[in-house]
Ligand binder design. Structure first.
Ligand code: ZN
Length: 149
């Protein structure tokens, strides 16, 4: 990744961590799930409302590092209108990106590509993926808290 692109991506992450989008609770009826990354101390609660098999609304609350907050913010921006299967496929692409299994040129990733730099910091992968694991639990209606360990 060239330096200019890296700086741009970092700016987007910092901006989202400072002013996260969809940082609120959803009123019922909505599914929710709690996630925890003990390695870093990130906590997140994801709310999702499915309508006709698609994500009608998605939001989050939580306290965590810049990466976990920005990841939840960008995730909630990208999911609306997707089916559970589409969200799952996007999670797979995102996971490949942050673990370094795939480059940031995957067109399906859209704005999520800004997290490509995370692959250079393996300890931060769980910060970036916590919200996605928690989203999966929320869509499935899973009651038990999600932990990355
Ligand atoms: Zn973190």
């Amino acid at each position: 990744m060239n330096e200019e692109l890296r700086d741009l991506y970092q700016d987007v992450i910092i901006e989202h961590s400072k002013r996260p989008r969809n940082n609120r609770a959803l009123e019922a009826p909505a599914n929710s799930a709690q996630g925890y990354n003990p390695l870093c101390g990130d906590q997140v609660k994801i709310y999702v409302r499915m309508d006709d098999g698609k994500v009608a609304d998605v939001a989050f609350e939580g306290a965590g590092c810049a990466i976990s907050t920005a990841s939840a913010s960008v995730m909630t921006e990208t999911l609306k209108g997707m089916s559970a299967d589409e969200a799952e496929a996007l999670f797979t692409s995102f996971h490949d990106l942050v673990t370094g299994a795939a480059g940031p040129d995957d067109e399906d990733l859209g704005k999520l590509a800004v997290f490509g730099g995370v692959s250079e910091f393996p300890a931060r992968v769980k910060c970036a993926t916590l919200c996605w694991h928690t989203l999966r639990a929320a869509i499935a209606g899973q009651e038990d808290p999600v932990t990355t360990e």
